[in-house]
Design a protein around this ligand. Structure first.
Ligand code: C5P
Length: 227
């Protein structure tokens, strides 16, 4: 049983999603993938034919879109205007546009507000929630009981992304994946509005040499040792 919020932040390919979901499952907590929210909004922008860098148009599309998130770790869902978009938001088009959309301050404001509402609702219902993203410990849930910032070497992260892509039936060229992961991390870390960084009170966990079970063991120990 998990009480309160566990915040997992870090760049892509560090194993955040797999670990966050499994941790939630084992502790009976909710699971919130905030990246899926930015991705779904990016899909809405692309579908509308709006350039992801045109902030005014992006805001207009995002205000009009209806996003729904299911936080059950056994069956997480994300839908846009009542249509499931789980597969589509992982595609190359969304992946290459998402950092531009998520750099728009109004987009973040709107999604952070929704994320806080979800966290409050789920915490009240099941006691705890594992939330993963880029700014959870710094902005979305600074009160989190545990903040962990996951890292891994660039090669490891590219390799993990590419393995995931292959497993999901998407084409996965390792060099292209590595370039994309680095480009996105660069954009996410240097944007003006809540950039990717570890919160001052976050524990940094390097997962380069750890498998999923190893990361979960570390996290479980941290949660237990902190009461
Ligand atoms: O975690 P994931 O790779 O699905 O996130 C996709 C993108 O969404 C990130 O590269 C980042 O631009 C954005 N994001 C964000 N803040 C979050 C979660 C994701 O800006 N809390």
């Amino acid at each position: 049983q998990l009480d309160g919020v566990v915040a997992l932040d870090g760049p892509s390919g560090t194993g955040k999603s797999t670990v966050a979901r499994e941790l939630a499952r084992r502790t009976g907590a909710g699971y919130l993938d905030t990246g899926a929210m930015y991705r779904a909004m990016t899909l809405a922008v692309l579908r509308a034919g709006v350039p992801p860098t045109d902030a005014d148009q992006v805001i207009r599309i995002i205000r009009a879109a209806t996003l729904r998130i299911v936080t059950d770790p056994d069956n997480p869902k994300v839908s846009l205007d009542d249509v499931d978009v789980a597969a589509e938001i992982r595609g190359a088009e969304v992946t290459s546009a998402v950092s531009a959309v998520s750099a728009v301050p109004e987009v973040r404001e709107l999604l952070v507000r929704e994320q806080r509402e979800i966290i409050a609702r789920v915490s009240a219902a099941v006691g705890g929630i594992v939330v993963e993203g880029r700014d959870i410990g710094t902005v979305v849930a600074p009160e989190a009981r545990l903040k962990v910032y996951l890292t891994a070497s660039a090669d490891t992260r590219a390799q993990r992304r590419s393995t995931q892509d292959t497993a999901a039936g998407r084409s996965a060229d390792l060099a292209a994946t590595r370039a994309d992961v680095q480009r996105r991390d660069q954009l996410d870390s240097t944007r003006a509005s809540s950039p990717l960084r570890a919160a001052e009170d976050a524990l940094v966990l390097d997962t380069t040499e750890l498998d999923v079970a190893g990361v979960l063991a570390e996290l479980t120990e941290l949660i237990e040792s902190r009461g």
